[in-house]
Design a protein around this ligand. Structure first.
Ligand SMILES: Cc1ncc(COP(=O)(O)O)c(C=O)c1O
Length: 387
C-alpha cells in the first residue's frame, strides 16, 4: 500500500486527535524504522518513549511468540508462572523497600492506581502535584496534570488536586496538610521540556513526606525501566538516593506491548485488600512475557551503561555549539534547548529522515531514543543539525 492510500484510510476512519508525521511505519529494528515507501529513518524518539529495547528486539519477539503459542491471556483469577516471574524480576530491580507489584495497562492507569493506593494507605484525600508535570488523560490523572491545557480538557476535574512548583520545597510545605494523601511528581518533567530539580529537592521532599505521613509517588512512566541510565530514577544519584513509596511505570515496560505497573513498598501494599484494585487485562500472559523479556534484554545487552554513555557522547558533541542554550536530562531522556523555536529543527531533521520529539517548551527538542542507540547514530544526528 502506498503512503497516500494508507493515510486516506486512517484519516477517514480514525478520530482526528493526533498531529501526525507524514510517514507510515511498516517495520523496525533497533533504532531504525522503515516506511511504506521503503525509506529508512533513524528513530531518536523511540516510538514515543516506548521502544527502550529498540524496535522488535529479537529476545522480546521470541518471548512474545512463544507465549502466544501457549496461551495469550487469562485473568488474575488464576495463578500464572510468567506473571510471577515478571513481578519477581521487576521487584528485584526496584530499590528497597519497593517489593510488591500491581500490573495494569498504561501510564495513566498506573497513576490512577498509585493515587488510590495512597488514599487507601493514609485515609486522606488530597494529592499534591507540580506545575509542568504530566500524568495522563483519565479523570484523576488529568486532574493531577498542571501542564498547559490538559486540566481544561479533563473538566470537570476530580476534587482535591493541589498544585505546587517543581523544585520549590517551600511551596510544597505550604500546601501539604493533614488531609494530604500523596505528593506525586515526574522526577524529570519530560513533556514540559525535560525539566530537572536538584537532588536536595528530592531529599527534602522525602523528609517532608515522611514527617507528615504523606505517600511519595514518583511517576516514572518516562524515567523508569533504564531510560536515565539507572533502572529507575528512584534511588539514583540524581534523586539524592531518595526512594519514594510508589513508582508508576508504563511506556518502555513491555517494549510496545501495553503494560503499566505500580511498584510499592510494604507500608502501602499492607493497606490494600482483596478487590480494592483490579483490571481485566493487567498481568495478562502476553504482556508479562513482554515485560520479563524487556527487563532481561536491557540487562543482557548492557543498555543502562549505554544510555549513560550516549548522554555523555551527545553532551560532548554539542558542547559550545552556536544556537544551543543547554542540554537537559539524563541518559536517553534528553532535551536540547535552542535559542529559537525547535520546530524548525524538528522539521529539518525529519526531512533528513531522523525522527525526534517536540515538547511543551517551544525551544526544546526532545530525544527519547532506544537505549541501544549507538554513538554513530548520535553522530549522524549531530551532523544533520548542521546540514
Ligand atoms: C510521565 C507520564 N505519565 C503518564 C503518562 C500517561 O501514560 P499513558 O499514555 O500510557 O496513559 C505519560 C504519557 O506520556 C507520561 O509521559
Amino acid at each position: 500500500m502506498s503512503f497516500e492510500s494508507i493515510k486516506s484510510v486512517e484519516d477517514e476512519y480514525q478520530v482526528a486527535t493526533y498531529k501526525k508525521m507524514g510517514i507510515a511505519v511498516e517495520r523496525g529494528r533497533g533504532s531504525r524504522v522503515w516506511t511504506s515507501e521503503g525509506d529508512e529513518y533513524l528513530d531518536l524518539y523511540g516510538g514515543h518513549a516506548v521502544c527502550a529495547t529498540g524496535h522488535s528486539h529479537p529476545h522480546v519477539v521470541t518471548a512474545i511468540k512463544e507465549q502466544a503459542e501457549k496461551v495469550l491471556f487469562y485473568s488474575n483469577l488464576v495463578y500464572s508462572g510468567i506473571r510471577g516471574e515478571a513481578a519477581e524480576k521487576l521487584a528485584s530491580l526496584a530499590p528497597d523497600p519497593l517489593n510488591k507489584v500491581f500490573f495494569c495497562n498504561s501510564g495513566t492507569e498506573a497513576n490512577e492506581n498509585a493515587m488510590r493506593m495512597a488514599r487507601m494507605a493514609t485515609g486522606r484525600e488530597k494529592i499534591v502535584t507540580f506545575s509542568g508535570g504530566f500524568h495522563g488523560r483519565t479523570a484523576d490523572a488529568i486532574s493531577a496534570t498542571f501542564l498547559g491545557k490538559y486540566r481544561e480538557i479533563g473538566k470537570p476535574n476530580v476534587p482535591g488536586h493541589v498544585e505546587a512548583q517543581f523544585g520549590d520545597l517551600e511551596r510544597v510545605r505550604a500546601v501539604v496538610d493533614e488531609n494530604t494523601a500523596a505528593v506525586m511528581l515526574e522526577p524529570i518533567q519530560s513533556m514540559a521540556g525535560v525539566r530537572e530539580a536538584p537532588p536536595e529537592f528530592f531529599v527534602e521532599l522525602r523528609d517532608l513526606c515522611t514527617d507528615r505521613g504523606v505517600i511519595l509517588i514518583f511517576d516514572e512512566v518516562q524515567t523508569g525501566v533504564g531510560r536515565t541510565g539507572n533502572w529507575f530514577f528512584a534511588g539514583s544519584k540524581a534523586a539524592g538516593g531518595v526512594v519514594p513509596d510508589i513508582i508508576s511505570l508504563a511506556k518502555s515496560l513491555g517494549s510496545g506491548v501495553p503494560v503499566g505497573a505500580c511498584v510499592v513498598s510494604e507500608n502501602v501494599s499492607a493497606n490494600i485488600k482483596e478487590n480494592d484494585l483490579g483490571t481485566t487485562f493487567g498481568g495478562g500472559m502476553l504482556a508479562m512475557a513482554a515485560t520479563l523479556a524487556t527487563l532481561q534484554a536491557i540487562e543482557q545487552d548492557g543498555m543502562l551503561a549505554n544510555a549513560a554513555h550516549i548522554e555523555q557522547h551527545l553532551r560532548d558533541s554539542l558542547a559550545g555549539r552556536a544556537g544551543i542554550v543547554a542540554v537537559h536530562g539524563k541518559g536517553c531522556l534528553l532535551g536540547i534547548e535552542f535559542d529559537s523555536p525547535a520546530a524548525t529543527v524538528h522539521k529539518k531533521l525529519l526531512d533528513q529522515k531522523i525522527i525526534t520529539g517536540s515538547s511543551s517548551n517551544a525551544n526544546v527538542l526532545r530525544l527519547l531514543p532506544p537505549l541501544c542507540v549507538t554513538s554513530d547514530e548520535v553522530d549522524r544526528f549531530v551532523e544533520a543539525l548542521s546540514a
